[in-house]
Design a protein. Sequence first.
Lengths: 216, 216
Amino acid sequence: MARHSSGVMSQLQERILNFIRTYEADNGLPPTVREIQTGAGVSSTSMVSYHLKALETMGMLARRERSSRGLVLNDPHQASPRDIFSVPMVGVIVASAPAPTPDADALRSAEEYVYIAKSMVKTPGDLYALRVKGNSMIDALINDGDIVVMQKVNDINNGDLAAVRLMDRDETTLKRVFKEGKRLKLKPENPTMSPFYVDARRAEIQGRVMCVIRNA
Amino acid sequence: MARHSSGVMSQLQERILNFIRTYEADNGLPPTVREIQTGAGVSSTSMVSYHLKALETMGMLARRERSSRGLVLNDPHQASPRDIFSVPMVGVIVASAPAPTPDADALRSAEEYVYIAKSMVKTPGDLYALRVKGNSMIDALINDGDIVVMQKVNDINNGDLAAVRLMDRDETTLKRVFKEGKRLKLKPENPTMSPFYVDARRAEIQGRVMCVIRNA
DNA sequence: CTTGACATAGAACGCCTGTTCGTATACAAT
DNA sequence: ATTGTATACGAACAGGCGTTCTATGTCAAG
């Protein structure tokens, strides 16, 4: 059998590929042929060129001719930065306090970020994340420690899941909201529970819930 | 006033920065000085060098001396691919069927991916994602359409949230699992509900829940 | 054994690329 | 008027870099 015919990588080729991956992760750009040579322990630049050509034929990477560092790995299930939203974590949501609605400064100064795929967000816009404290959101199927990704919106659409501050009870809650005249219908996300109604003037919409994330 | 002293970018510098961003997104690697020259409409390479140095001083980017394409943008809240896990979506979990536990092939051939930050995963390992169908997971605070990120594990630790197949009822459920002799204690994630017990031989652990994601 | 495909070494070629140098212009402060 | 700073241009240098060429080695198939 030919040693590595179609599609089977040699040890050296695997080493080269791994080196490129590591190098990119560490440096943010692809390596040169000579960096691959020393980094992956290849004896000459021509060998690197040779194997890169082979790897390209196998479809493991794409190359640009005569272009320095002109190689791009073909890792299909590798997230590209442009597919990802970085959502700043700006605070905590507890039932007994209004949820933060951050301004541009707070968004920039956030120290922690949640990453979510752009494909999971239907409508673009200013996103921010809150950590849920306590288990008062149980009827929205949200637990202590969960993260909710919120969107800053001026107004909500009927049926949006939103953070609502109920002034009479002095608490914030996450519910599906429907406008019905002067009342708001608040429907728990938990289908075993019944909706209830509040005076629209005694409730303040604080944001729209885009996504809930729980670590188990 | 000095025209652009500390920290304020000139139009040209902004154009250069934008070109670099676009170029990287399109090509997967940073541009050369001369590519910036033509791409951003700069008159000479020395001008590019000049402004890159200025941008570096401002902290907008980092440079590697004498290294081709040796520049890395400083976009703080930009996700880097190395911070992201791409989790393949391999199927659906419904109460009335065993949850898929994919092999290596299924993981590679997945067509949809969920991206989650590595910082959110405590223990590394083979991850895969399932979409939840129906609302039979309500007592685990999981709704129809939610995504659960699972980890392939051989054995679970006491207190892990796991997918358990109950043979007697012929259904799969997500519960916190504790081994108690020959029995398993299954504790709903919903604190208003009570735990219950099953014969360990009549229950099959199908995976460990790492994370739950819900789109609202 | 011969053949042919694959793998390897080393060196050289020539373009690519970052850098620098000399010169020049515009403008504000002195 | 002079000085200093920011900006700009074009050319040239030196080393970086991808590529290619020749010669050699290895191993399975015929």
